[in-house]
Design a protein around this ligand. Structure first.
Ligand SMILES: *[C@@H]1O[C@H](CO)[C@@H](O)[C@H](O)[C@H]1NC(C)=O
Ligand SMILES: *[C@@H]1O[C@H](CO)[C@@H](O)[C@H](O)[C@H]1NC(C)=O
Ligand SMILES: *[C@@H]1O[C@H](CO)[C@@H](O)[C@H](O)[C@H]1NC(C)=O
Ligand SMILES: *[C@@H]1O[C@H](CO)[C@@H](O)[C@H](O)[C@H]1NC(C)=O
Length: 730
């Protein structure tokens, strides 16, 4: 609400400006891309150019050409001795530019032109036949004496009641340099509410706010800004509201908001921010409204808002946030963190409206907050509602599209003003609001759940105005004649016809806002709703349910898909159903009892089997651990056993491969040795053979020798027997 106050305050300001502008006539500022040649020499008097000031009343001839006076004046004296509130019109004031609008008259809404300097600007576009007289360049507050033409220069016109300065057709890209805004004497650029139309500005230059140093509201939405000059806001000491949405800003320079102590509203929605520089908001203590929705932010670090103690309104929807601890920003009042990736929601102490829908939230924490009025948590992963006890002031709670299984009065006992509770599209099987109905509740949406028996909640149903029960499995419903229902939905349930007939005796049909069309077999349309005739409706549904379950189970068992867990779950929901129903005469039906017993036995058997399997599994896990220890593998505590087992397998495989390689090397070595041995043996044999040959030859030679000796002996003997020979030889 504080935020709304600020807005209405601003519209008051706008209105004031509007009236001032009206006093000066429909005054406009001109945009001017190229400066036009100066046709009149400048006079330098104490560093100021003084071109004859115009009559303050702006009552210049409506179409009278250049009407400046050529007299110069004088030593920094007020040109016109203190200009009147409408700012003293410039040279060409009163010209029928754009249909009788003054070219740049009515200057400052604050009326207080720089009277103490006595200086007036001359900036007149030639295309309407005006000449331009430049004042001394006074850019950045420095006096410069050598006027040089400014490359690219934009001037603004007063646009409408909302803005006292609108720039048209400004086009700046990444390469643009030396761009100038407004008058060279920056004291003349005293507009406070500035915007751009039909413009693009790829890079936000420092020049804009260096020239316009009194801006309080700056609207830079939709200018295709990609980059912000580090010094873009270095002179923006007065800025309070800064709109930079619908651009393409990828990052913020770390110190860009260092000198904006009065910044109250900052809008950066629909940009390409992925993160925020550390400490980016540490010097913006007055920041009360910040929007950064539709960016790509991933985290909001815990110290981001430690200095923004006035931050009330925070818009962060449609980012990729996995972390933001809102409870660290106790000043928050309105928050939107919808469409992110949060799994925990930390609710701050005084937030009044909080939209955290479309996340993956499964835990809600934070201090007690009695202010919280509207809480949107649809499309999350909640399984529990006990945390609601911390928010007794809730009026409006949306918990639809979660994983809730029951709604119980215990979590709502502290609610003092709860009017609307939305729990559609959950997994509700149990509803207990009968023990202690919520007295203030007006809207209760329970549609699209698995509710079956809700009749007991009549005390609650009777006192609400809107009750949505469609798309459940409800069989019977009772309402008293004094119910306050205005709208009731009942279609897509499992109605008992007798119950419907009784119900419609107490409920005027127009209150029922939906209907069934086609009924399944055994069902008929009655009062626009499908229902079934039976004497004992719950028993009938129970039998039907059991039959269905058995059929499904038999089928699954036949296909080997029947798991013990499934069976246990279905029997549990069955027994829940029975407990809820309480007085179903189960005993009467022997066939039913037999079947239930049979099922129980089967469940028991399956449970035993499951226990055995689990034991086996545990044994296997232990064995895996033993192996891990044995092979000195580190155990990853968080990993599943199968992963650890894989680790053992990988290790063993590697070990095996290593051993195999080693064995092969040994074998090759052995083979080589064996070959060597064989070669040696072969050589041995050859040598032996050679030896044998030698021996044989030796024997042969010996024999030959002895034969020869024999022969010699014989010959000697012959010789002795012959005397002639003896003689001869003597
Ligand atoms: C917008 O700017 C473009 C390009 O500068 C120009 O051609 C066009 O006339 C402008 N449109 C309006 C409505 O001023
Ligand atoms: C939060 O933001 C989403 C997305 O922009 C929007 O649809 C929703 O209406 C906002 N919630 C509130 C409470 O304004
Ligand atoms: C949240 O719930 C959805 C839908 O039931 C499910 O697909 C998703 O895995 C859940 N996410 C978490 C983080 O639990
Ligand atoms: C009643 O509820 C239905 C279903 O939500 C809706 O279409 C209809 O407009 C509601 N009627 C009134 C009077 O609120």
């Amino acid at each position: 609400m504080c935020w709304l106050h600020a807005v209405s305050l601003i519209s008051v300001i706008f209105f004031t400006c509007g009236s001032v502008a009206a006093v000066g006539g429909n005054n406009y500022w001109y945009t001017e891309e190229q400066p036009v040649a100066t046709t009149k020499p400048s006079f330098h008097v104490n560093g100021y150019n003084i071109y004859g000031s115009q009559p303050a009343n702006g009552g210049l001839p409506a179409n009278g050409g250049p009407t400046y006076r050529s007299e110069t004046n004088f030593g920094g004296q007020p040109a016109n001795g203190g200009l009147p509130a409408n700012g003293g019109l410039p040279a060409n004031g009163g010209l029928p530019a754009n249909g009788g609008l003054l070219a740049n008259g009515g200057l400052p809404a604050n009326g207080g032109l720089p009277a103490k300097r006595g200086q007036l600007p001359y900036g007149t576009p030639t295309h309407i036949g005006q000449t331009i007289y430049r004042s001394q360049p006074n850019y950045g507050g420095q006096q410069r004496y050598n006027a040089r033409p400014r490359q690219l220069e934009y001037k603004c016109i007063e646009g409408n009641l909302q803005y006292d300065c609108v720039f048209y057709d400004v086009h700046i890209d990444m390469q643009t340099q030396d761009v100038y805004f407004g008058f060279e004497d920056i004291t003349l650029n005293n507009q406070k509410i500035v915007t751009f139309k039909n413009s693009t500005m790829r890079k936000l230059p420092a020049a804009l706010l260096a020239s316009f140093r009194q801006v309080e509201v700056l609207n830079l939405n939709g200018l295709q800004i990609e980059q912000i000059d580090t010094n873009a806001f270095a002179y923006a000491h007065t800025i309070q509201k800064l709109y930079m949405g619908f651009n393409a800003i990828r990052y913020l320079p770390p110190y860009v908001f260092q000198n904006v102590p009065l910044l109250t509203v900052l809008v950066l929605e629909r940009n390409d921010l992925t993160s925020l520089p550390r400490g980016i908001f540490h010097n913006t203590p007055k920041l009360s409204m910040l929007s950064m929705s539709n960016n790509n932010l991933e985290r909001i670090e815990d110290d981001t808002f430690q200095a923004t103690t006035a931050l009330q309104n925070l818009q962060l929807s449609s980012n990729r946030l996995t972390h933001v601890d809102l409870s660290l920003i106790p000043s928050l009042f309105h928050v939107n963190v919808s469409y992110n990736l949060l799994s925990t929601l930390a609710i701050p102490i005084a937030v009044e409206e909080l939209d955290a829908s479309h996340n993956s939230i499964n835990a809600v924490r934070g201090p007690v907050n009695v202010e919280l009025t509207i809480l949107k948590l649809q499309h999350n992963n909640l399984t529990d509602t006990a945390w609601l006890l911390n928010y007794p002031g809730l009026v409006d709670v949306d918990l639809s599209y979660n994983q809730l299984e029951k709604i119980t009065y215990q979590h709502f006992v502290k609610m003092q003003r709860l009017e609307r509770l939305y729990v559609s599209n959950n997994h509700l099987v149990a509803l207990n609001l009968y023990s202690q109905p919520i007295p203030t509740l007006k809207v209760l949406d329970l549609s699209h759940n698995h509710l079956l028996h809700v009749e007991r909640n009549q005390p609650q149903f009777d006192r609400v105005e809107y009750l949505y029960l469609d798309h459940n499995s409800i069989v019977t419903l009772k309402l008293s004649t004094s119910h306050t229902l205005k709208n009731l939905t009942l279609s897509h349930n499992d109605w008992d016809c007798n119950s419907l007939r009784a119900l419609f005796r107490n409920v005027a049909h127009p209150a029922v806002h939906d209907a069934d069309q086609h009924c399944k077999i055994d069902y008929q349309l009655e009062q626009g709703l499908c229902c079934k005739e039976s004497d004992k409706p719950y028993l009938d549904r129970l039998l039907q349910y059991i039959a269905l379950t058995s059929v499904v189970e038999k089928l699954q068992r036949a296909q080997g898909r029947c798991s013990a867990t499934d069976t246990i779950n279905s029997v549990q929901s069955l027994s829940h159903y029975i407990t809820q129903q309480g007085d179903v005469p189960l005993q009467g039906n022997e066939q039913l009892e037999a079947e239930v017993n049979e099922l129980r036995a089967e469940v028991q058997q399956l449970t035993n089997e499951q226990i055995q399997q689990e034991q086996l599994l545990q044994g296997l896990h232990a064995e895996i651990d033993t192996n891990l220890r044995r092979y000195r593998l580190p155990k990853d505590g968080l990993a599943r056993s199968s992963d650890n087992l894989n680790k053992v397998f990988t290790h063993l495989k590697e070990r095996h491969a290593f051993k195999l390689r080693e064995t092969q090397a040994r074998r090759t070595e052995a083979n080589a040795k064996q070959k060597e041995t064989e070669d040696l043996e072969q050589e041995n044999i050859a040598l032996e053979k050679q030896l044998d040959n030698k021996k044989a030859k030796q024997a042969e030679l010996r024999q030959e020798t002895s034969q020869k000796r024999q022969k010699v002996k014989q010959l000697e003997a012959k010789k002795n027997r012959n005397p002639d020979t003896r003689r001869v030889t003597k």
